[in-house]
Design a protein around this ligand. Structure first.
Ligand code: FMN
Length: 207
């Protein structure tokens, strides 16, 4: 599959079939997603992979409202996804990495003090890169996915899955097979590109 095809035809799916995913297929997605660039080659991203029904049930219970789960058709279709991956990011991992002797020079102007904000939060950048590769790989292997925000604080989720306190979820990714006929048709590609280009690209001076 060509990259352009993956980029243009990938679409978020909110409706999944009750069909499991082979572990080999899931592992192929994982193995290539983790090759995304990482600032300072830091290991500041961790993917928590849930593929067992009780774990996935706990995930939904801990991160969403009962009313939404029980009374919306969207919830039922979304919660049918046989896999949920939660990408976690660690600020502490970058502070530790940039404090190491081979990095301390390039850490100039980066606050290595635990309480100061970084000019750019590398942990979010890198975890987002991994997430984007994951969405593309999911599409390439014939699966579908939805990246979504957690509606509740990640704390109970972290406690349940024994996530150390320095790791924060950036959202979650539901993955599964979808009925391709139900996928919402996208605006033609030329129009999508021209709209986005106008909004998102500026040459020479801001316009
Ligand atoms: C940071 C982020 C948060 C998102 N949160 C949600 C969400 O909570 N629920 C949802 O249904 N979609 C969510 N989406 C999916 C977007 O709505 C979707 O990517 C966008 O409409 C473009 O559609 P496409 O990805 O199918 O091209 C999110 C996407 C991003 C990048």
């Amino acid at each position: 599959m060509e990259l352009n095809d993956a980029i243009t035809n990938r679409v978020m799916s909110r409706e999944f079939l009750d069909k499991s995913i082979d572990i080999e297929v899931l592992n192929e997605v994982l193995k290539y997603s983790i090759l995304a660039p990482r600032a300072g080659k830091t290991y500041g991203t961790k993917l928590l992979v849930l593929n067992k029904t009780p774990d996935i049930e706990d995930f939904w219970c801990l991160t969403s409202d009962k009313d939404w789960r029980e009374n919306t058709s969207l919830a039922k279709k979304l919660m049918a996804a046989p896999v949920v991956i939660i990408p976690f990011a660690s600020r502490v991992a970058y502070i530790d990495r940039y404090s190491q002797t081979d990095k301390i020079k390039s850490a100039r102007n980066l606050p290595l003090d635990k309480d100061q904000d970084w000019p750019v939060p590398y942990w979010i950048v890198d975890t987002s890169f991994v997430t984007m590769l994951l969405l593309l790989k999911v599409h390439e292997v014939g699966l579908s996915a939805l990246f979504f925000r957690l509606h509740h604080s990640g704390k109970p989720l972290s406690e349940r899955f024994r996530v150390p306190k320095e790791w924060d979820p950036i959202g979650a990714i539901a993955i599964g097979y979808t009925n391709k006929n139900t996928v919402v048709k996208k605006t033609p590609i030329d129009k999508r590109i021209s709209n986005a280009y106008k909004e998102m690209v500026t040459w020479d001076l801001w316009s």
